[in-house]
Write a protein that binds this ligand. Structure first.
Ligand SMILES: CC(=O)SCCNC(=O)CCNC(=O)[C@H](O)C(C)(C)COP(=O)(O)OP(=O)(O)OC[C@H]1O[C@@H](n2cnc3c(N)ncnc32)[C@H](O)[C@@H]1OP(=O)(O)O
Ligand SMILES: O=C([O-])CC(=O)C(=O)O
Length: 450
């Protein structure tokens, strides 16, 4: 074991021995972040699941357009309008569409909901042995552990046949809200001294209603709350093969590993602050604005504070305005547009319009500040993480659960991508890293080293 003083010295050695001259990346034409020079993604796969459209390429020029998202060919806005018009929840139908590639008819949907309902209950002893022991301060880490632990409770864990992977997928999709809620309750109890509530999932209820039921001490919620959460789940369910967590699923699945290992890796990816973890960061950032900006209506004061964030002088000093920017979308992220509208309506009802206007102002002013200070001419818009936390906060959902809720939704897309990789991949993903050390060294016997 190294003590803390050794750690400092050893860290300095690590930093010295791991520097790569930044100019080498362009010299060797490295596609950093798997991105082409114009910011578009390097083409590494084909998919039929999610279609993320944020620009067109005209005469080799990237041209910004309004964002559009399709699940299996269906525009997400049409999907949402469809089930909301029929006054139904939509998440289970969305899962069916993503997994099977077609919309279910009435009987198929009922059957699928029944199957999901019947799989939600955790195996005997799982809650006590795998969730309540070693509670985690971060629910995403607890979720990844629950996913990995599920391997031990599966008699056929290693079988990668489509039938078996589908069985595992349905089980994970059904259990994610339970893993997340119980992980949250464990944290509340063991880290915050709150009373422990372990409600059982109700097999007759869908994902959104069960989630609300399991996280609330009294297990109560309103229809409107469940509808809004259901909408958020539908909007977060899938985002193409290139997003960091879906790509993780593809990479890890390509080595022919088991479902639990692949899904746990995706959970770890989604947790990151530049991916799904941004929804918590946005909420914290807005609190930071509220604490440091005197007049929420003063454009100049807000712009100056955004500048401080981008200059790494304020908030978490990462230089990022969380919830802004996207690898694909340019003028708009269609999910952010829908969530913003819901946020506005809720804020009006709850007397929080002033806070909504603060969000709106940051959304409006950030792109110019980022463009000016970072010297980028990319069109930047609010992404799905910008307004989602505000919506959850107005539904009384604790901040700890924002990214886990994203995972409860995105498990559907991950499973669809794992299945797609198994059917069509067939080759282990193995890109190249050029070795750039030119000087060879002799191995020195231990006693000759200084
Ligand atoms: C569900 C999701 O994953 S949605 C994304 C959630 N993440 C966030 O909201 C975090 C904030 N946003 C970001 O970090 C980025 O916009 C990402 C990660 C979403 C996309 O990243 P990229 O596609 O690599 O961004 P892009 O290449 O266009 O960035 C160009 C420059 O603008 C900067 N930039 C992009 N977005 C932001 C931002 N929100 N705040 C500050 N600077 C930004 C980049 O840091 C980069 O500058 P650099 O070259 O000096 O490092
Ligand atoms: O597509 C991406 O890069 C990020 C993502 O998952 C999303 O926006 O939902």
């Amino acid at each position: 074991m190294v003590n803390s003083i050794d750690m400092q010295r050893l860290s300095a050695i690590i930093l010295k021995n791991n520097q790569i001259d930044p100019s080498f990346f362009s010299r060797y034409d490295v596609k950093r972040g798997l991105r082409n020079n114009d910011g578009t993604g390097v083409l590494v796969g084909l998919t039929q699941i999610g279609d993320v459209h944020g620009y067109i390429v005209d005469e080799k020029e990237k041209v910004p357009v309004e964002g559009r998202l399709r699940y299996r060919g269906i525009d997400v806005a049409d999907l949402v309008n469809g089930f909301q018009r029929e006054r139904r929840f939509g998440y289970e139908e969305t899962v069916y569409l993503l997994l099977f590639g077609q919309l279910p008819n009435e009987a198929e949907l009922e059957e699928f909901k029944t199957v999901l309902g019947s799989r939600r209950l955790l195996p005997d002893g799982f809650t006590e042995d795998m969730i309540l022991t070693a509670p985690s301060s971060n629910i995403m880490n607890k979720l990844a552990r629950s996913v990995l632990a599920s391997y031990s409770y599966d008699d056929n864990a290693e079988d990668s046949s489509i039938e078996n992977v589908l069985r595992q997928a349905v089980c994970l999709i059904a259990r994610f809200p339970v893993f997340v809620s119980y992980g949250f309750q464990a944290k509340q109890h063991y880290h915050a001294n709150k009373t422990l509530f372990i409600h059982s999932p109700d097999p007759k209820l869908g994902t959104a209603e069960n989630l609300l039921r399991l996280i609330r001490p009294d297990a109560k919620y309103t229809k409107l709350e469940a509808e809004l959460l259901d909408l958020a789940l539908v909007l977060h369910a899938e985002h193409g093969g290139g997003n960091n967590s879906a790509f993780t699923i593809h990479v890890v699945s390509s080595s022919d590993t088991d479902t639990y290992s692949a899904v746990a890796a995706a959970v770890g990816s989604l947790k990151g602050a530049k991916h799904g973890g941004a929804n918590i960061k946005v909420r914290e950032m807005i609190e930071d604005f509220k604490a440091n900006v005197g007049d929420w209506k003063d454009e100049e004061e807000i712009s100056t504070y955004i500048e401080k964030i981008v200059r790494k002088e304020a908030y978490d000093k990462s230089g990022l305005v969380y919830g802004m920017g996207h690898a694909v979308y340019t003028y708009s992220d269609p999910r952010a547009v829908l969530l913003k509208e819901k946020a506005r309506i809720l804020a009006q009802e709850k007397g929080l319009l002033e806070e909504f206007e603060l969000y709106h102002m940051i959304e409006r002013l950030s792109p110019a500040v980022i463009g000016r200070l970072k010297g980028v001419d990319k069109v930047i818009c609010a992404n799905v993480d910008f307004y989602s936390g505000f919506v959850y906060a107005m539904l009384g959902i604790p901040q700890d659960l924002y990214t886990p809720i994203f995972a409860v939704a995105r498990i559907a897309g991950w499973c669809a991508h794992r299945i797609e990789e198994i059917i069509n991949g067939g080759r282990i993903m193995r890109p190249a890293y050029k070795h750039i050390r030119t000087v060879q060294r002799e191995y020195l016997p231990l006693h000759e080293r200084v």
